[in-house]
Ligand binder design. Structure first.
Ligand SMILES: [Zn+2]
Length: 86
């Protein structure tokens, strides 16, 4: 997985979505936006970065701005994912 520059920030446009049954699938931010999903917090633990496995948030944006996934705040012991927003 390459490091995707996204409008100046290293946002993530694909993630692993974990549903209530524990099953997961690869999703895109574009798909979530099209289906009208609300924003999802890192703390909901529903989305994981494909590269580092850390939980990510879905950031829903309106109008001409595209929605995207992003990492949470840096924690102690963080592995420094290259997809993390600087
Ligand atoms: Zn990551």
């Amino acid at each position: 997985m390459s490091n995707m520059a996204y409008k100046g920030v290293n946002a993530v446009d694909m993630a692993k979505y974990i549903d209530y049954t524990g099953a997961y699938r690869i999703v895109t931010a574009e798909e979530f936006e099209r289906k009208g999903y609300p924003s999802i917090s890192v703390y909901d633990r529903r989305l994981q970065c494909l590269q580092c496995g850390e939980y990510v948030a879905f950031v829903k944006r309106e109008g001409r701005h595209s929605s995207y996934f992003r990492h949470g705040n840096i924690r102690e012991g963080d592995r420094g994912c290259s997809l993390r927003v600087k």
